[in-house]
Design a protein around this ligand. Structure first.
Ligand code: ZN
Length: 450
């Protein structure tokens, strides 16, 4: 395919802008060439041509930490008094919603999140799944939704001791099995990868963490929440005399392939350990604000050399909303308008996120327009009324970019959405099935309060 008449935003080292250009995509789904002189005659015969009609063509977004399984929480009534803090939110909402999921709910929650992601131009997501009453095979079901849609996802199951030893063992086994499957399938041509999922320090014993360490094969990292709320730190100190990151490090969970979600309450030594071990951290400001857990010291972490990425923690899959939340949230929590400049968010959301994907997907290059990179792209109908260039681009994202401007989403050279119509899936049918499924999920959930 050739996409012509496009203003290209490359996200290369200088984030070069190339006006009135065309991108050639080969049959492997890779970008093979950027044509700037308008001469397409050599290609026109044997390539499908898409006329961008002057829209921006840019890399699609990446989400470094999400939970497809949370989809049916939208609009759900939580009985009794409103949870007063994050531990109560876990207990009343998440640890009952996850128990309400069966195979069908796992499938449709993933599918509706994927549709949402395609509409919002987010095409690679790192998921963290929990469904304690339907563990074995749950990752295959999510993988099915991923492969049917044509997006990319890294999957894992959140192992936890909170539902007893049998389920902890099932969770360990599910990760090991799915890691083996993705390895055998060569990451499904770059559409799927696997990490070894763990819930959080506060719901995991040393024994289970040691088992996970033993079962996780060479070359695969862990994906775990850490210090999202201060109780995770209290729990770790009382269990082990160590802070969360110290404890996880001593048990061999950290490293250059491991992903730690949040890190809101970590201290300076924990930042140092994350840097020394090369562990990835993901930041989810909308979730942090919603749960009122505070915000992590992202700028300190980045200054110390920690690779911080941007995730959504299961919020809507518009990563640009996450950009805005980061931009605003760090200013108000620090009472300082100089905090979290938009170029730092670009470093997280664009540069670090694509480096994470490269690590998790065996060298896959996405999130950049250059020859050899995957054609994971969006078309954007954005008409800036002030100059937009490489330097001020991150501020245009925060103040100007809205997902409604995304008209087409492409993954591996395949159009998943064209002119705002989803082509890869039957959206209406998926939403109808999801709505019916959510009714039974809500019923299962509310039964637990009876
Ligand atoms: Zn999370």
């Amino acid at each position: 395919m050739i996409i012509k008449n496009a203003h290209i935003i490359t996200h290369d080292e200088k984030n070069s802008f190339i006006p009135n250009a065309a991108v050639v995509i080969d049959e492997k789904g890779d970008i093979s060439e950027i044509i700037t002189d308008g001469n397409l005659s050599v290609y026109e015969k044997d390539h499908e041509i898409l006329d961008a009609k002057g829209q921006y063509l840019m890399p699609s977004s990446i989400c470094a930490h999400t939970h497809f399984y949370g989809a049916f929480a939208r609009g759900m009534y939580i009985p009794g008094e409103a949870p007063d803090a994050f531990p109560a939110i876990l207990e009343k909402l998440w640890w009952r919603l996850d128990k309400s999921l069966d195979e069908q709910a796992n499938y449709y929650s993933a599918l509706v999140c994927i549709i949402d992601a395609i509409k919002h131009g987010t095409t690679t997501l790192v998921d963290h799944h929990a469904s304690p009453n339907s563990i074995t095979g749950s990752l295959d079901i999510i993988a099915k939704a991923v492969l049917e849609s044509g997006i990319r996802a890294s999957l894992c199951y959140e192992v936890t001791d909170r539902d007893g030893q049998e389920r902890a063992a099932q969770g360990l086994e599910e990760n090991a099995r799915f890691i083996e499957r993705t390895k055998k399938e060569g990451n499904f041509q770059g559409y799927l990868s696997a990490t070894f999922g763990l819930h959080a320090s506060l719901t995991l014993s040393d024994e289970t963490l040691k088992k996970a360490r033993k079962m996780c094969p060479e070359g695969v990292g862990f994906h775990i929440h850490a210090a999202e709320h201060v109780v995770d730190e209290y729990d770790s100190v009382s269990k082990s005399g160590k802070r969360v990151v110290e404890r996880l490090n001593d048990l061999g969970i950290l490293g250059p392939r491991s992903v730690v979600g949040h890190g809101v309450h970590i201290d300076a030594n924990e930042i140092f350990i994350l840097k020394e071990t090369g562990t990835w951290v993901t930041h989810q400001p909308r979730s942090n604000m919603n749960n009122a857990v505070g915000l992590p010291n992202v700028e300190s972490m980045m200054n110390a050399g920690v690779r911080v990425c941007l995730g959504n923690d299961g919020f809507s899959n518009s990563m640009w909303q996450e950009w805005s939340a980061a931009y605003l949230g760090h200013k108000i929590i620090n009472l300082d308008p100089r905090r979290m400049p938009a170029n730092l968010i670009y470093q997280m959301a664009v540069v670090n996120n694509r480096d994470l994907v490269k690590t998790l997907f065996g060298g896959l290059e996405t999130g950049i327009i250059k020859p050899g990179a995957k054609a994971d792209l969006i078309l954007l109908d954005y008409k800036p009324y002030t100059e937009m260039n490489a330097d001020n681009f991150p501020w245009h994202v925060v103040f100007g970019f809205r997902e409604s401007a995304i008209t087409s989403t492409i993954v591996n050279g395949k159009m998943l959405m064209k002119d705002r119509k989803i082509l890869c899936l039957d959206e209406e049918a998926a939403h109808k099935e999801a709505l019916e499924t959510s009714e039974s999920v809500w019923k299962n959930y509310h039964k637990q309060f009876a």
